[in-house]
Design a protein around this ligand. Structure first.
Ligand code: ADP
Ligand code: MG
Length: 602
């Protein structure tokens, strides 16, 4: 349960500032309107304090009642102007800010999904969710009300300070001393508290992530009687959260206490200095009243500067992390210059392909083979020999380190990725289903498909048999990752999904666990229908699949050690024979009617 590492990286402020400037430039018109509104609003804010002086010194002091109504009118009008401008300000700026956040989220998301699979293997999904949701949110402080309020606050404070110095400079110096103290305290508090708040969101994400897994994996938890262990993990998390919250409570109440002390001190100053100044005739009563109001106009921006400083720092950090994602090369960034793929025949060949995930640890070595269009190639070999890796290279999830993959004689690296992938279909051991209906999950491979097309594919894949038993039929919701279906049912949905997309190249990872004989038979039939006429690569665990393959590649430590047909390899008496004797012979003996299995299916 360590916090996501990338967040700890130092922010490149110079780069982020460039990013921020570009962002502000894009929204310059909105920001300009915002500034105009803010200036109006702030100017109107001075009417109140100034009128107090007039009320005290002129109306009350000199009994000039004719000024009462104009004064009241001015104050009322100023209040209206303030109300209207701050309403318009939040309408214009906050809405624009939220729109920009939405747009940035959309861009980050679009970019993320175009990054290579290896990126997703290396980055926790929680971290990625954080990029899309929280880091994008940070820009609110740059183009939203944050920066406008900050500038407005500073301008107001400067004007107010000039007036304060004019009214009584000694009192102002004393007040400023305490305000500076207050500002320093606030800045310190925000600086220390903000990371704690950030940490809170990380802890919350971790605790809820773990909860999700524990609830989702309730069966595993129960079978291994891990309830107590999970309880302990949760308790630890909950307590971390508690300690974090306790710290912020201490922090915020300390801020409250500091504010009270400072306000008290300023009152003391006002009474001591102000009282003496009035008695000595240096200040009028009206001056003192105006002074009090003006002090508030200075104090408020102090808080703002202290808080917005850290918020902008965070916005920069978020932008910096987003920039990193936006600069990570996507899989398809060269697509424009790559060759279009129209009708694919589906011939796949490897030409001395080597591959490694981590430098220096080869996973595939000098792999060469040719799979003519429409044929089936079975991959066999012990666990970890590189079968799945070979398949992911065909899916272009990764690129060979050396050597080439040829598709219809063209280098895969020169083909448009999107075009090429549109010709692929996959059925894996653990097929990922989305939390939607059976129908949605099948139609996922072909968004524009008509219902009839989907149902036809479902029938070929033998989905009908089990779907008919559901009260909601094809509208049955399958649950997260398809948990409400059995493994065999998920497999059949995946087969239907692949049939619907009508791929030229098919990648199969056969289920190792023996399914119940009925669904086994149905899956076999579904796969047979799916495979016919397509170039198929299958990580084979069933003897029948291996026997019916046009060629078998035997992988060992990333190398093809033997190749050929079932019969030829058996006669060879090498590694395949060994595998056959230990793994498949037993299966063979179990067949009631082995003769049928010997028949080639294609
Ligand atoms: P198989 O499918 O034949 O069981 P794999 O192709 O899955 O074998 O794995 C081959 C080797 O590559 C294994 O040693 C495995 O640990 C390693 N490997 C697989 N996937 C990754 C990955 N994403 N990152 C690093 N190493 C990996
Ligand atoms: Mg595998």
């Amino acid at each position: 349960m360590t916090p996501p590492a990338p967040d700890k990286k130092k922010t490149n402020y110079r780069q982020a500032w460039g990013e921020a400037k570009a962002l502000m430039w894009t929204h310059r018109r909105t920001l300009a309107i915002g500034f105009a509104l803010m200036l109006l609003s702030r100017a109107a804010g001075f009417v109140g304090p100034a009128s107090t002086k007039w009320l005290m010194d002129e109306v009350v002091g000199k009994r000039r009642f004719e000024l009462l109504w104009p004064l009241a009118l001015a104050v009322g009008a100023a209040a209206l102007v303030q109300a209207a401008t701050s309403f318009a300000l939040s309408q214009v700026i906050s809405v624009a800010g939220q729109r920009a956040i939405t747009e940035l989220r959309r861009r980050v998301h679009a970019r993320l999904l175009r990054l290579p699979v290896s990126f997703f293997d290396e980055t926790q999904s929680g971290v990625l969710i954080n990029r899309v949701m929280n880091d994008a949110e940070g820009i609110r402080n740059l183009i939203g009300t944050g920066i406008i309020q900050l500038v407005g606050g500073v301008l107001t404070a400067i004007v107010a300070l000039v007036v304060l110095f004019y009214l009584n400079w000694q009192m102002t110096v004393a007040t400023l001393l305490f305000l500076a103290l207050f500002g320093a305290g606030m800045a310190y508090a925000f600086k220390t508290l903000r990371p704690v708040f950030r940490e809170r969101s990380i802890i919350t994400a971790e605790v809820s992530g773990r909860l999700g897994q524990a609830f989702g994996g309730a069966r595993v938890v129960k079978v291994y009687t891990a309830e107590k262990r999970e309880e302990k993990v949760f308790t630890l998390g909950a307590h971390r959260l508690f300690r974090n919250i306790a710290r912020t409570i201490t922090g915020t109440s300390a801020i409250g206490a500091l504010s009270t002390v400072i306000i008290g001190a300023i009152y003391v100053i006002l009474i001591v200095f102000g009282g003496r100044a009035i008695i000595s005739g240096q200040m009028t009563i009206g001056d003192l009243f105006m002074y009090v109001f003006m002090v508030a106009l200075v104090a408020f921006p102090v808080v703002q500067i202290a808080s917005i400083g850290t918020q902008i720092t965070e916005a920069f950090a978020g932008l910096d992390r987003i920039r990193e994602i936006m600069q990570t090369p996507t899989e398809d960034e060269h697509d424009a210059s790559r060759q279009r793929v129209r009708a694919l025949r589906g011939e796949i060949a490897f030409d001395s392909v080597s591959f490694e995930y981590r430098p220096g640890i080869p996973v595939l070595r000098d792999v060469s083979f040719n799979a003519p269009a429409g044929t089936t190639t079975a991959l066999v070999g012990s666990s970890g020999s590189g079968k799945s890796t070979l398949i992911s290279l065909i899916m272009a999830f990764a690129r060979p380190k050396t050597g080439r993959i040829l598709v219809d004689g063209e280098d895969l690296a020169s083909l448009r990725l999107r075009d090429y992938r549109a010709n692929l279909g996959v059925v894996l051991q653990d097929n990922f289903l989305f939390d939607g209906t059976v129908l949605d999950n099948i139609a996922f491979s072909k968004p524009g498909a008509t219902k009839d097309e989907v149902l036809a594919a479902a029938r070929v894949a033998h989905c009908d048999e089990f779907v008919r038993q559901f009260p909601d039929g094809y509208d049955t919701v399958v649950g997260e990752r398809g948990v409400k279906l059995s493994g065999g049912q998920r497999q059949r949905v995946a087969i239907a999904r692949a049939i619907l997309s009508d791929p030229r190249v098919l990648l199969l990872d056969e289920a190792t666990s023996s399914l119940d004989s009925e669904s086994e038979q149905q899956i076999k039939e579904g796969l047979r229908a799916l495979r016919s006429g397509r170039t198929t690569f299958v990580i084979a665990h069933r003897l029948s699949t291996i026997q019916s393959a046009d060629q078998i590649l035997v992988l060992e430590h990333g190398e093809i050690v033997e190749r050929g047909t079932h019969g030829a390899l058996l006669r060879l008496g090498g590694r395949y024979r060994q595998l056959y004797d230990t793994q498949y012979r037993a299966e063979m003996d179990q067949f009631i009617n082995p003769g049928e299995e010997m028949v080639r299916t294609e």
